[in-house]
Design a protein around this ligand. Structure first.
Ligand code: MN
Ligand code: MN
Length: 468
């Protein structure tokens, strides 16, 4: 009890208790027995961004949810801010303004918000991208966020990079032609995927009342949505005489083709797939499945959430992109882990997160993410994702890989000779070593993990003050 705050708290609790009649399970008796009190006896946690605040545990602070303005004070160090300041951005980045004391050294920027990306506005839709140009660490994958209104078309096109997509909302019709000349059409909705291998020509069209919005992933960070091969662009760049020869038609048929690329434009509302399917003599249906219902997969339930993994094992065409859809309940943690085969390109759909990336050589840096943010975790770097908000955290982990792979720290230590673990971590505290070994003895991977605290009330009160 060296901390004035904690002492005051204690005094306040005792003060309230003075009038209480001493009974067997009275608050006073509980205090004397060293048991926690019901949460009403604890004060609301005080502002953690003040010079006197102490937290040797570096607990997360939900500055957005608690409407707090982070300031660079930590355990008696730091100072106020005198110069220009952007409170909105500071609030979204509490762990950059006041990093945990465990952060150290230089780590490149690993966060980008799509709101900082330029939006290209077109007829009935828009698009914006996060590539290596926006974020240097986005070298293996590039992301595009696109919105198409009802009937709005993303023009027939192709590109060198393979394209993977996750539908964020609404419904969309996708068309493609496979390598054997087979035609593919499907309608997909929220939580569905598509994948087009390199060079495969395709188109997209918004359906329903509101059209659609989706996240596109390309298997090269240098990709640009501005430099795809467009049908209209090609025809403009081809001599009219060649168009005439190629399509066996007189040149005047091409007098009124578009003068510039259409890219995203309002189309007519499409009929059902059966009605729209080409009916020509040589038409053949593709034997490939370019789409997949990711959210319809039965989730793998864990102690703190759920995980769905989609890669070439259950979506065979997706040879270069693997992904996990992860839900992290409030108070739960995507456990400490790493990915051996590729950089992680994370996309945050819902909730608020804290992620510390351990980059070896004594370096680590913590970043925060809100919906619409992109995170990168380079391959093999250790990390966790902590839900610091009061709602479920929903995110995608995306990889340029054929299979999703991760190593769980918990599982690894459980499957390592116990003597080795204790010698390494607990040679100075045998008792702690015994407790640790007991906990990890039957360890298994628990992708989203939750520490089942026996006292709910204890959790509600300020953890920092309670542990003093
Ligand atoms: Mn495309
Ligand atoms: Mn990860």
């Amino acid at each position: 009890m060296h901390i004035p705050g904690a002492a005051l708290l204690f005094a306040a609790a005792i003060g309230e208790l003075a009038l209480a009649v001493p009974v067997q399970d009275s608050p006073r008796q509980r205090l004397l027995d060293g048991k926690p009190l019901p949460s009403k006896f604890y004060k609301k946690p005080k502002n953690p961004y003040t010079p006197g605040f102490r937290d040797p545990l570096d607990s997360a602070v939900d500055s957005v949810g608690r409407k707090l303005d982070p300031l660079p004070f930590r355990n008696g160090l730091g100072q106020s801010v005198l110069g220009p300041w952007n409170p909105e951005r500071a609030r979204q980045n509490p762990d950059l303004v006041r990093p945990p004391s465990t952060d150290h050294g230089d780590v490149p920027n690993l966060r980008w918000s799509f709101v900082d990306s330029h939006i290209r506005i077109e007829e009935g839709g828009w698009t914006r991208q996060t590539t290596i140009r926006e974020m240097g660490a986005s070298s293996q994958l590039a992301g595009v966020n696109m919105r198409l209104g009802p009937g709005v078309i993303r023009e027939l096109h192709w590109h060198k990079e393979a394209e993977w997509a996750y539908v964020l909302d609404g419904t969309v019709r996708v068309t493609a032609l496979d390598y054997e000349g087979g035609s593919f059409i499907d309608d997909v909705g929220k939580g569905d995927l598509w994948y087009f291998p390199s060079g495969v020509p395709h188109s997209l069209q918004g359906l329903g009342e509101n059209g659609t919005e989706f996240l596109l992933i390309f298997d090269d960070g240098h990709f640009s949505e501005e430099s795809t091969f467009l049908l209209t662009d090609w025809l403009q760049r081809t001599p009219r005489s060649v168009l005439s020869e190629n399509f066996h038609l007189p040149p005047e048929v091409f007098d009124h083709i578009p003068e510039k690329e259409k890219y995203i434009f309002q189309g007519s509302v499409p009929k059902s797939i059966d009605e729209e399917q080409p009916k020509g003599k040589y038409f053949k249906k593709s034997k490939q499945k370019f789409t997949h219902k990711m959210l319809a997969q039965t989730p793998h339930k864990t102690s703190g959430g759920e995980v769905r993994i989609t890669d070439s094992r259950n979506f065979p065409i997706s040879k270069t992109v693997a992904a996990a859809h992860v839900v992290i309940q409030p108070g739960a943690l995507r456990e400490m882990h790493w990915h051996p085969n590729a950089d992680e390109w994370s996309f945050f759909i819902r909730g608020r997160a804290r992620v510390t990336v351990f980059a070896s050589s004594g370096t680590a840096r913590t970043f925060n993410y809100v919906p619409g943010d992109v995170g990168i975790v380079p391959a093999n770097m250790g990390h966790f994702v902590e839900n610091i908000g009061d709602e479920p955290l929903e995110m995608l982990e995306i990889f340029r890989a054929d299979e999703f792979r991760d190593f769980s720290l918990f599982q690894w230590l459980g499957e390592t000779p116990q003597r080795m673990v204790v010698d390494t971590l607990f040679s100075n505290d045998k008792e702690a070593g015994e407790r640790f070994i007991k906990e990890i003895k039957d360890a298994k991977k628990d992708e989203v993990t939750k520490f089942a605290d026996d006292s709910e009330e204890e959790e509600e009160a300020d953890r920092v003050d309670l542990r003093r």
